[in-house]
Design a protein around this ligand. Structure first.
Ligand SMILES: [Zn+2]
Length: 83
């Protein structure tokens, strides 16, 4: 199944958003409802909104927004441990 590809669809699916830096792997959680209020009816496609994000750590604009079920907001459950 393909996930939501807009902020609005992410809200309606009751999911949360990971912002993930493709350069330094810094990750942060965002509330899609908060983002939706900032976009205010503009282009809310995730790739468009992500292009405006700048990583807090490396200051690069290489951020990916990934809709994630709220039940998965722990690194353990996401299986991101190093092997
Ligand atoms: Zn970064």
């Amino acid at each position: 199944m393909r996930g939501p590809d807009t902020i609005d669809a992410t809200c309606k699916a009751d999911m949360t958003l990971w912002a993930f830096c493709l350069y330094c792997a810094h990750a942060a959680l965002f509330d899609p409802h908060h983002l939706r209020s900032k976009v205010k009816g503009g282009d809310d496609r995730l790739e468009t909104v992500a292009a405006r994000f700048k990583c807090n750590l490396c200051k690069r604009r290489s951020v990916l927004l990934v809709p994630t079920p709220r039940t998965m907001i722990s690194f353990d459950k996401m299986g991101l441990g190093r092997s």
